[in-house]
Design a protein around this ligand. Structure first.
Ligand code: GLN
Length: 231
């Protein structure tokens, strides 16, 4: 019953730097996910406290009931559905590879032999990178934050990064020093997650609020604000 959430406060776990979905601007958490969850909360009459924990830490906090819900550009996967219940999908995404802007020696996965690839702990980008590591002969290093991954690639401590393509594309458009050289790998959609079998009222309220934001055009306004009208 979505109306059971009215007047309640829920703890929301999220990533630290995953622009344009969540990142800090003037000290405040902003981005598509942040605006969405705040707009849904307002629509449905509940309050949120946002905890910027990091992706893997947010999932752990959810598993141990330290947060009620995670919104973190989190891909809906069958494996995760064993542990979490997801909202309706709200954004189509997938994985892509980026390298340093000034690197002309890598133009495909085949050029990764003997190289180091960085990915985010616990992410779909990490599992994709690991799945193809022996095929292409690279080593995978995992870190907790997208900003660290990009710094490592720019400084030469890693040769390439696997991350979600809307996030890589946004970073490149902000001149983050990287470039994209391989095709997108479509890989599911983002959803908000609660612990399996827990917080069914909250999940119902989230779906209800999301539907309302889509119907009113506010969802599209939020996305367009960060990604332009084609986002
Ligand atoms: N969409 C990816 C996943 O769910 C990455 C999420 C993230 O890094 N915040 O694994």
């Amino acid at each position: 019953d979505p109306s059971a959430v009215k007047g309640k406060t829920y703890a929301v776990g999220t990533d630290t730097t995953f622009a344009p979905f969540e990142y800090r601007e003037n000290g405040k958490m902003t981005g598509i996910d942040m605006e969405l969850i705040r707009a849904i909360a307002q629509e449905e009459g509940f309050e949120v406290t946002i905890q910027s924990l990091g992706f893997n830490a947010a999932l752990q906090a959810l598993s141990s009931n330290q947060v009620d819900v995670v919104i973190a550009g989190m891909s809906i996967t069958d494996e995760r559905k064993a542990t979490y219940d997801f909202s309706n999908p709200y954004f189509q995404s997938g994985i892509q590879m980026a390298i340093a802007e000034n690197n002309d020696s890598i133009t495909s996965y085949k050029d990764l032999d003997g190289k180091t690839v960085v990915a985010k702990t616990g992410s779909e980008g990490e599992s994709y990178a690991k799945q193809h590591a022996s095929e292409y002969g690279y080593t995978v290093t995992s870190v907790d934050q997208s900003s660290t991954m990009y710094e490592m690639v720019k400084s030469g401590n890693a040769d390439a990064v696997f991350d979600d393509y809307p996030v890589l594309a946004y970073g490149v458009s902000q001149n983050n020093g990287l470039k994209i050289v391989t095709p997108k790998v479509p890989h599911g959609e983002y959803g908000m997650a609660v612990n399996k079998g827990k917080n069914a009222d909250l999940l119902a309220a989230i779906d209800d609020g999301l539907n309302k934001l889509i119907a009113s055009g506010e969802y599209e306004t939020i996305v367009a604000q960060y990604l332009g009208a084609d986002g």
